[in-house]
Design a binder for this molecule. Structure first.
Ligand SMILES: Nc1ncnc2c1ncn2[C@@H]1O[C@H](COP(=O)(O)OP(=O)(O)OP(=O)(O)O)[C@@H](O)[C@H]1O
Ligand SMILES: [Mg+2]
Length: 350
């Protein structure tokens, strides 16, 4: 049980009986949990309410069974007031940093199947090969594909003695996928609202990431609950939007970009995937989905193009066999494109 769960429990305690309008959480001045023993300092706005507060708080916390002792003390000085309203132009929610992580970078897209996971995996590996310490978090609860791409299918997450999730190490990066937590990779997942939010935040904050320069977040497609939950609760350095040069995909980039911008996450730029095909016989470039559309679009939305990745059957073959192209074929054009993007990202974030 974390202090946050305790605060949630306290928040549901009404103190009307003691003539107070606050809930119990609002009176907490200090709180410390060591093992199963909780020290809690509570502000007493009004003499005479001690008995009721003590009983209600102790009952609520001991009932759950994980806290075995509650040492409750009162103080007559109030806790600092939480900020009521955010300053103009700032989001009203509080974002938390992931400890030990210098830059958290989300990889999103408006449309599914444009290559988000391919980009997340290869960009992570390219950053690692450039000497950075990198983690990759597969937050696609609807279809985690990172385990397959990195040859980690069937792996299960382990919890260490500090009750934290251990990421797997593969090809020099730390990897965690929601797939490692599901009974099997094909288990359908239906997570919504507070449960989803809890699972996701646990996935970021209760993980033994160690010290990382970059944590890359592979998001599910679209602009749904997962993206919003993360965007509102986690401090991010920026986001990258992946697209293909088709009109339908580009239209959705607009939605994804607006979503990130609305929650004040800087969009570092767009990655154009499946941009062209180089004929192996003639070396001639074919722009299968159209040429120049992404550039035109990016210009209109004041977005930078971080790189263009060609279509190459080797990309999907290697992803399916668990050894991404940056590892298995680092000299290929596709890998060169990924290294170029990795350098740009590192340069942008410093
Ligand atoms: N540049 C490329 N060349 C060839 N195949 C590619 C390329 N990029 C991605 N693919 C293939 O396209 C398919 C979709 O890619 P990927 O799974 O990365 O997309 P996604 O956006 O993560 O999808 P989802 O929305 O389902 O999460 C995969 O089979 C992948 O191997
Ligand atoms: Mg994916």
């Amino acid at each position: 049980m974390a202090v946050k769960d305790i605060m949630d429990a306290l928040r549901s305690i009404s103190l009307e009986e003691a003539g107070l309008t606050q809930n119990a959480a609002e009176l907490v001045k200090d709180i410390k949990l060591i093992g199963d023993e909780l020290d809690i300092l509570i502000y007493l706005p009004k003499a005479g309410a001690e008995g009721i507060i003590k009983k209600k708080v102790e009952d609520a916390l001991l009932e759950q069974g994980e806290v075995k002792r509650v040492n409750l003390k009162f103080t007559s000085s109030p806790p600092p007031q939480p900020r009521q309203e955010a300053p103009a132009g700032q989001p009203a929610f509080q974002r938390k940093r992931v400890m030990g992580v210098r830059h958290l970078l989300a990889v999103g897209s408006g449309k599914g199947g444009v290559g988000k996971s391919t980009v997340s995996a290869n960009l992570s590996l390219a950053l690692a090969r450039l000497g950075h310490r990198v983690g990759l978090l597969d937050a696609d609860i609807y279809g985690p594909s990172i385990p397959t791409m990195l040859g980690l299918k069937g792996e299960r997450a382990e919890i260490n003695e500090r009750n934290r999730i251990m990421p797997k190490e593969k090809f020099g990066i730390k990897v965690l996928s929601i797939g490692f937590m599901l009974p099997s990779e094909d288990t359908p997942v239906i997570w919504r609202g507070p449960m989803l939010m809890k699972a996701l935040t646990q996935f970021l904050f209760d993980v033994e990431w160690g010290e990382l320069d970059y944590l890359i977040l592979d998001l599910p497609p679209g602009t749904g609950d997962v993206q919003l939950t993360l965007a509102q609760n986690v401090e991010m350095s920026g986001a990258i939007v992946v697209t293909t040069p088709q009109d339908v995909a580009l239209a959705d980039v607009r939605k994804a970009t607006s979503m990130f911008r609305e929650v004040s996450i800087p969009v570092l730029g767009v990655i154009e995937n499946m941009a062209y095909f180089v004929c192996p016989d003639s070396g001639k470039k074919y722009y299968i989905f159209g040429k120049g559309k992404t550039a035109q679009f990016a210009g209109a939305y004041d977005l930078k193009i971080l790189g263009s990745i060609p279509i190459d059957p080797e990309v999907s073959e290697r992803s399916d066999s668990g050894e991404p192209v940056v590892v298995g074929s680092p000299e290929s054009d596709v890998s060169k494109a990924f290294f170029g993007i990795a350098r740009l990202v590192a340069q942008e974030l410093g």
